[in-house]
Design a binder for this molecule. Structure first.
Ligand code: PNS
Length: 158
């Protein structure tokens, strides 16, 4: 039973994240979506909210589990008996930093990172851009799952 960890901030989850998580699940028997609890910048959604949104998005997919974590990703991956870490790559610009993290994580634990190229239709998507577009009055429909778009609008109207 090969298991993968898909880590991220998911503030908020985008259609690009959904694509990478779903495609990970077509490669591995079990996928653990690992939501980092503490972000350096103030998040739009708390870790509980991010976990809640992802859980409802993957409801009915018994092989996909959503959990929050703190501390080193490799410690979390080991605690979940994960074989690999999966990361999406949108563009060459992602590669330098992702490679560095993959090598550090391997050096720390022996756990390898598998890169999945983001589908081209999501290559320009990032959580921070989605937040900026939405905050400035642009539409986020088609960029994030409908439920996430609804939660974002709700948050801005508060
Ligand atoms: O969605 P993001 O912000 O690109 O996710 C980054 C994340 C959570 C994958 C990364 O910050 C991470 O792995 N943090 C855990 C702390 C850690 O293990 N640091 C050493 C990495 S080499």
């Amino acid at each position: 039973m090969a298991a993968a960890v898909c880590p991220g901030s998911f503030d908020p989850p985008t259609n690009g994240h959904m694509d990478v998580i779903r495609r990970s699940f077509s490669l591995f028997d079990r996928v653990v979506v690992a939501v980092i609890r503490n972000l350096s910048k103030t998040p739009m959604f708390t870790s509980e909210e991010r976990v809640g949104m992802l859980r409802s998005l993957f409801e009915g997919d018994p092989g996909i589990e959503v959990v929050s974590f703190d501390g080193l990703l490799v410690d979390f991956a080991r605690s979940r008996n994960a074989d690999v870490i999966v990361k999406g790559l949108r563009a060459v610009s992602d590669f330098d930093y992702e490679l560095q993290m993959a090598q550090m994580n391997h050096n720390l634990s022996g756990i390898d990172t598998v890169f999945i190229p983001t589908s081209p239709e999501y290559a320009y998507l990032s959580s921070s851009l989605v937040k900026e577009v939405g905050r400035l009055g642009g539409t986020v429909e088609g960029l994030v799952p409908q439920e996430v778009a609804r939660r974002m609008k709700e948050r801005w109207s508060q």
